[in-house]
Design a protein around this ligand. Structure first.
Ligand code: EPZ
Length: 419
């Protein structure tokens, strides 16, 4: 099994262009189903989750071709609405196809989604919202079957009890196929939701309010294909910033909006980093050693993103002083803690809380990625650690990071993949 071998202790330096956002491009690719014809998506990252999504589109009857960081999706010949279990199991976000298939074809059949093991990953909010829009949904031999109900699909008001990112996106897509006004109250406000709204508008959909708790979709119009550029990946950016904070040095990231990362930048400055920002760039200079910061409580946007919890923890674990983390979004998102302990980290977990006591410097070890962001956290820890670290379980990392080792080498890290 291949692994990264990392010699820690080398400061990072240089400029890196951040790839397109995984959590934006996945719903945008699903949204291509809404418009017959060829859509062109630029800044599409080369990630295994994107490859799975393109395979699903092809299986459904679409053409899906990649030319560098541009993908061409032609949904004219969309003919199937059933996604086989082996593709659904590869990533949770495949549930996003529910809304798009219902809108375009009026039917969908998916097995329960897979993805990272972050505790229970229910989709009750997705299903209850689609039922409110008029879908009939039932289970048949482990698959979810959905179709337009007797009365057809129509716009409704939907109140979300949790600002679920995926449920908000699924409703936006389904509502495009529902004549009338759909209002999502309690919607997720993440930047990826705004990116999806902008793409839907480019298809000719009437959507407004993304980025606020209330999103309105006037559905039923025929949509046309479009050309669109996906936003930069704010979580990948947070990962590289935490890597530079852990290893020391000065890096500049381009192609990412600082406003998308305010909560993370605030924590890194409090920990002793110096940060300068421009319209689409972030520069960070790491201090001699990271110090403890105020409690880090993950929350829906604009709060501290749960996806950056592990990488910030990894950076602070090798610093000084104690920092409390509270993971409020997922039930089980500390699977990286045991692996960080192998590198000498002092972390005490009690339910949703984790107390990280900086040990001055971690040491190298053989560690295994438990999930996507946990794997990235181990790489961050290794960059600042004393000695050699081997990080295995690279399939998790490849889901969300394009050329992580190559990019870190370009910034001066000593990292190589050992086949
Ligand atoms: C999206 O997942 C992201 N994935 C996640 O990123 C991210 O951590 C999460 O949003 C929160 O920001 C993609 O966009 C592909 P949620 P999603 O629905 O949509 C509960 C990464 O590392 N919930 O906002 O699945 C759920 O259990 C990934 O890139 C229900 O109870 O997240 C969780 O506790 C990991 N019922 C909370 O809401 C539902 O029907 C937030 O989940 C749906 C969600």
């Amino acid at each position: 099994m291949s692994y990264y071998e990392i010699q820690g202790g080398r400061p990072l330096g240089g400029t890196l262009a951040i790839h397109g956002a995984k959590n934006s491009v996945l719903p945008i690719l699903a949204a291509c189903l809404l418009a017959p014809g060829q859509s062109v998506i630029h800044n599409c990252p080369d990630l295994s989750d994107v490859s799975v999504t393109l395979d699903i589109l092809r299986l459904l009857g679409c053409r899906a071709d990649r030319e560098g960081d541009t993908v061409l999706i032609d949904a004219s010949a969309l003919g199937r609405s059933d996604i086989p279990e082996h593709l659904m199991r590869e990533m949770r976000s495949s549930v996003i196809f529910l809304g798009a298939l219902l809108a375009r074809l009026g039917t969908a059949e998916l097995s329960y989604p897979g993805g990272c093991e972050l505790g229970p990953r229910p989709i009750d909010l997705h299903l209850s919202a689609l039922r409110t829009l008029g879908a009939e949904i039932w289970e048949e031999q482990g698959a979810l079957c959905c179709c337009r109900g007797q009365g057809g699909l129509s716009g409704r008001e939907i109140c979300l009890s949790i600002p679920s990112v995926g449920a908000t996106e699924n409703i936006m897509l389904a509502a495009c196929g529902c004549p009338g006004l759909t209002t999502v109250v309690g919607a997720a406000r993440e930047p990826e939701i705004i990116d999806l709204q902008n793409f839907l508008r480019s298809l000719g959909a009437e959507v407004k309010g993304a980025g606020t708790p209330v999103i309105a979709i006037q559905g039923g119009a025929s949509l046309h294909p479009a050309e669109y550029r996906v936003m930069g990946d704010r979580i990948a950016a947070a990962t590289y910033l935490c890597g530079a904070a852990a290893a020391g040095g000065e890096v500049e990231l381009t192609g990412v909006l600082p406003d998308h990362l305010t909560a993370v930048l605030t924590c890194l400055e409090e920990a002793g980093c110096t940060i300068h920002t421009g319209p689409d760039r972030i520069a960070l200079a790491g201090g001699p050693s990271l110090r403890s910061i105020s409690p880090v409580r993950t929350a829906p946007y604009p709060g501290f993103p749960t996806d950056a919890q592990a990488v910030l923890m990894a950076a602070l674990a090798g610093g000084e002083g104690a920092t409390l983390f509270v993971e409020n979004i997922f039930d089980s998102r500390y699977r990286h803690v045991d692996e960080l302990r192998r590198m000498g980290a002092d972390i005490q977990v009690a339910g949703r809380a984790a107390m990280v006591s900086g040990v001055g410097r971690l040491h190298g070890a053989a560690v295994r990625s438990p999930d996507l962001r946990g794997g990235a956290a181990l790489v961050v820890a290794a960059l600042g650690a004393e000695g050699t670290t081997q990080v295995s379980g690279l399939r998790h990392i490849r889901r969300g990071y394009q050329a992580l080792d190559k990019n870190l080498r370009a910034l001066g890290a000593d990292i190589r993949e050992v086949p």
